[in-house]
Write a protein that binds this ligand. Structure first.
Ligand code: ADP
Ligand code: MG
Ligand code: MG
Length: 248
């Protein structure tokens, strides 16, 4: 689903990603952990094609497509989804219209007819229930006046609605209380299937009690410096990152 080779990227002339390698197969959930400032959000932004991030070396294959060649919109149409660490408010654009437009953009790209009003509403009902998002929030402006937890749940709601091939969740767990964390994790677990892949960026082992990853990676100073099974997260919780960064 995703093969990243020797990825180098800079922001404002500063090298942030310094030869990053990562492979994620369909049907897998991977966790990326690592110290603050390591480049985790930068990786997510580079994959999404955010302005201001310059790739200087390396390649990213997304399900057979050269991801770096695509505009941000086409990356999304190809099935890439990014849940933001800091979800933005979009006053004047209702969640519902935003999602229907997004779904239809993806369908048009695939040569499919727009979703019917009935099918869309069925999907809204089903997916908002999945993340226990109040139906009223679905019709409000995107994230406007939402609490921190509601914003994060709304990210997962969007992910559920758009059914991406690859979802990257950037610290969706931070700022969530334990109940919201369970709901988010539950949503992710229910969306996981053989045809998609999910990359969870997290600071805390806590989330991984509920989302069991196939692999855990440590990102430090712009590189993946260690990859291990889910137990690695527990080891990191116990020992921190210094023993790894010193070794690296
Ligand atoms: P993490 O998500 O692992 O905490 P980030 O990817 O957010 O780390 O940041 C990695 C480094 O890149 C930090 O030193 C940060 O200050 C820098 N950085 C990230 N985005 C920008 C930006 N838009 N402008 C300037 N520096 C940035
Ligand atoms: Mg950070
Ligand atoms: Mg970050």
């Amino acid at each position: 689903m995703l093969t990243i080779k020797n990825l180098h990227a800079k922001v404002e002339d500063k090298d942030i990603l310094k030869g990053l390698n990562l492979e994620v197969k369909a049907g897998e959930v991977h966790a990326i952990m690592g110290p603050n400032g390591a480049g985790k959000s930068t990786l997510a932004s580079v994959l999404a094609g955010k302005d201001g991030y310059e790739v200087t070396e390396g390649s990213v294959d997304f399900d057979g497509t050269d991801l770096l060649e695509l505009e941000t919109e086409d990356r999304a149409r190809e099935g890439l989804f990014l849940a933001f660490q800091y979800p933005v408010e979009i006053p004047g654009v209702s969640n519902i219209n935003f999602l229907r437009t997004s779904i239809n953009e993806i369908r048009e790209y695939k040569g499919e007819e727009p979703i019917s009003a009935k099918d869309f509403m069925v999907r809204v009902k089903e997916k908002s229930a999945l993340v226990q998002l109040d139906a009223k929030l679905a019709s409000r402006s995107v994230n406007e006046g939402f609490s921190g937890g509601e914003k994060k749940r709304n990210e997962i709601f969007q992910m559920a609605m758009l059914e991406p091939k690859l979802a990257i969740l950037d610290e969706t767990d931070s700022g969530l209380d334990i109940d919201a964390l369970r709901i988010v994790a539950d949503g992710v677990n229910k969306l996981k299937n053989e045809g998609n892949a999910i990359v969870v960026i997290t600071h805390y082992q806590r989330l991984l009690d509920y989302i069991v990853p196939d692999k855990v990676h440590v990102l430090a100073d712009g590189q993946i410096i260690k990859t291990g099974p889910k137990e690695l997260a527990l080891e990191l919780e116990d020992k921190g990152y210094d023993w790894l960064t010193e070794k690296a």
